[in-house]
Design a protein around this ligand. Sequence first.
Ligand code: SF4
Ligand code: SF4
Length: 306
Amino acid sequence: MIQYLIIMLDDTSRSFCHYPDYKGPRNLIPLSTLRAGIVYAMKENLSLQFLYPDYQLPKEYIKAINKIDHIDIAANHDADVVICDSIPPADAMVDKTLVFRFTVDALASSIDSLCELLRTALKVNVIITDMAPVSESSFLLYKNSLRKIADAVTELIISGKIPQLNILTDRINLTAMNNCNAGWHCVTLAPDGCFYPCPAFYFKRIYSIGNLKDGVKAPNAQLFTLPYAPICRKCDAFQCKRCVWKNYIETGEVNIPSHEQCVISHLERNASVQIIKSINSRGFTWDVLPINETSYLDPISLLDVC
Ligand code: SF4
Ligand code: SF4
């Protein structure tokens, strides 16, 4: 059942996730489409999130948006969710939710400043943008980066500050899958007036799942759900985004993940295990559920194959 509606205000709305920023011309959503999208969200009781471009919107757009409770996602320090192009000073980001879109290499060279931010930010979300294809050396680099960040997170927790970093602390705090759920719990309204599972599908003009007149009508909608994802439903990398767009691009099926996505999520899962073990080994107790260690990095090995 859909719970969230993202409204892309322009084709150049900034990416908050795995898909790249659109580099083409501006294409502002028509004001009538924006208003109809807001009414649709109200009728369907959906939580609204607006995805902003880098330029100032006309006043009548701001007026329409501010009539309803919503979350702003933008590359602007006043937004509720701030998409960061570079690492800002930690004291400028007190109690903010931040998104960093990093390549594996860029993350490796940003570890110290990222860890500094964990002291002040409300939540830091790291999105790896070059998830596929990923070489073995990139997996190793990511693993080493996670280990260093995990050490910093451990020290913070021991000092009394519990940071929130999606790739490490989400798995520790979750007891069930908490994926992106695009096309299932969340849909996007694009400037063309059509619904898509997420902005990435709009840019490729694939998988339109309805429009404002007819509502959300996804063919084979069940394929976006966890019960119809045969590998993911047996997995316990609860923090994994289970990115249906990456799935579609890499495997041709929205419900079948790529090897790379699974390995990356399990490297994160293993680093979460490391944090809990380090804290326990130093005589501190942290009231969280233990996470079992696994012998695999790709849960396809959990499937019964004959
Ligand atoms: S790690 Fe792989 S199997 Fe597990 S939820 Fe993520 S994509 Fe699915
Ligand atoms: S499907 Fe979800 S995780 Fe993947 S790019 Fe779209 S919003 Fe991000």
